[in-house]
Ligand binder design. Sequence first.
Ligand code: TRP
Length: 351
Amino acid sequence: MKNVILTGDRPTGNLHIGHYVGSISNRLKLQEKGGYDKFYIMIADTQALTDNADKVDKVKNNIIQVAIDYLSAGIDPEKVNIFIQSQVPELSEITMYFMNLVSVARLNRNPTIKEEIKQRGFSNSMPVGFMCYPISQAADILAFDANIIPVGEDQEPMLEQAREIARSFNSTYGEKVLVEPKSVLPETKNQARLVGLDGKLKMSKSAGNCIYLKDEPEVIKQKVMSAYTDPNHIKVSDPGQVKGNVVFEYLEAFATEESFKKYLPEYKNLDELKAHYKKGGLGDVKIKMFLNNVLQELLAPIRERRKELEKNVDKIYNMLFENGKKARQHAAKTLERMKNAMGIDYTKFLK
Ligand code: TRP
């Protein structure tokens, strides 16, 4: 079997460090490991429109932003096909055939959708397109015969739905037409859901608690300084809590032994730093300065690359469009195979 990796993001805002630990770093690892036949990253504009029908400009403008974020974070366009979802119209046709294989009751059981409906306050106003996006996402995946899907755990219900559709299609119309995909989840809890600067919600644009990959050095520093720690750790000598402490959560995700050697050599590793904080005698400013150094080091080269890329936006659009054509060929082949299996390839009536 061929190995096809596929993943994607909705273009509704710039990528932040939560995306970096949660998905980008995973993708970079897969890219470096190699050994795949195809690697697609989809900028899911069609999906983004399912709850942004009146905010087309936001979605449209963020396509290039997300593309620049990928490239500046190190996604290599020679190794990965980054393309725009709406440039592969076959996906919509495939979605139509899949819709007949899924019940409304099944869609209503999807826990991620349930959560999103709550967040968005849809009661009777839920767009049909939004409700059906898990089916469209199954088309995104199955159209490319993708078997490896690196995503966060909130996407697992979408993968389950895609597998069910593949099985249902195969058992209804012909074995082995569609490939069942598997997710590759982040390894640690922190990678899965990085908490926001406020310590309450996960990092997200809508919660306004993000550090963006494109943030300038002063902004990063100011955000780090404002991060939630332990409200009862008032004096330096007070014992402090590391659980729920945003600075420690971020250090857990980003600090390496190298970082300690470079910026905080009095401690060997995070365990030592935590022990001191818990005992008392370690101030917030010190741990925040350390975190600031770690994040500045991570984000400086990304920001530099972004500045270069921003000078040549036309070239990036060109790349996206060329990639879209290649992706389209792949999806068209799958669609043809599906129609053959379903027996709706009417060209045979032409003699
Ligand atoms: N639902 C994903 C998100 O919100 C984006 C997405 C669209 C996706 N199509 C996909 C992810 C296919 C993986 C595979 O981030």
